[in-house]
Design a protein. Structure first.
Lengths: 186, 186
């Protein structure tokens, strides 16, 4: 599986259940979201715009997606809704790894490019280094309708949080043939 | 890292925090345990006894450990304490994988040998096939003092539960030199 196939398999609606372990406090926090992931063409205006923000030649991008979420966290009562755009830019000498561009959130002042590595085992690893912290997330599919993620957050050199997310595809089983081609849908 | 080094790095006392996602019910359940893992020599009577129960030549075993736990689950108030012995028996043609023998619990009538695969990425994967279910668990070390595990349980062909466990070594940082040799301790 290459990163584009991973994105294609991720496309759709998911029920996402995240549990974060706050390591220093030995406490956990649950969050539940409905997530929609939509593939974007390489020449989609949103993909081109994001590349330009990061000063990356849009012709080098190989994959884009828009992610929408709508959920609640356990520790507050507020609704968490949001949306972001992701774009992958493979290394020219090794397309199984490269840069991950992400639309900036409210809290970020400058764009921070992460990196991705698509493993031989079908797991995608995303790493982002911020000024005082870094995050590493591993995503994989136990089955086409079950996606899992584990992430660890390091602050000032020490691990502060570990999160686990199980994501179930909504709308029942997705036929296997659909996972690699959208043209088979009737 | 080979499986023996993985067991050696696992030896010690751990605070273990497990969250299980019951996929069909979209519910999670927390459990917390203190765990002690103690390496056993290949010729330890407990290792030899377990091999004999599984009708495996004890000379083929390369690694043994005793695991003790003492914890509580969120959904009942009972104390969960227990102990088991694990023994790895590598395949003769490929020592990075093999059988995993485990002392039987109360609920099991016949010994069920699992299998292990030690990955190039330092993660240990354990698979056990029961009559009506199967479990796969992946264990790895983000750092020598932080161990993580993700397991999925399949019943009658469908995924029923996913669990995430973060484990923090108790008693503070372990010097790196100790992880590969016990002789450096003063």
């Amino acid at each position: 599986m290459d990163v584009k196939e991973f994105f294609e398999l991720s496309a759709g609606k998911w029920f996402s259940h995240r549990t974060s372990h706050h390591l220093a406090f030995k406490q956990s926090e649950d969050g539940k979201s409905d997530i929609t992931i939509e593939m974007l063409a390489k020449d989609d205006p949103e993909v081109i715009k994001l590349c330009q923000q990061y000063e990356v030649d849009p012709a080098l991008a190989n994959c884009g997606a828009r992610v929408n979420w709508n959920g609640t966290m356990e520790w507050d009562e507020e609704k968490h809704t949001g949306s972001t755009v992701l774009v992958t830019v493979p290394d020219t000498d090794n397309p199984s790894q490269g840069k991950l561009l992400r639309e900036m959130g409210y809290a970020e002042k400058t764009p921070v490019a992460g990196s991705y590595v698509m493993g031989d085992d079908g797991a995608l690893t995303l790493t982002t280094e911020y000024e005082t912290m870094s995050s590493e997330e591993r995503l994989w599919f136990p089955s086409p309708n079950l996606r899992m993620r584990v992430s660890v957050l390091k602050r000032f050199g020490g691990f502060s949080m570990a999160s686990f997310t199980s994501e179930i595809r909504m709308g029942g089983l997705k036929p296997t043939a659909e996972t690699s081609s959208q043209t088979t849908a009737s």
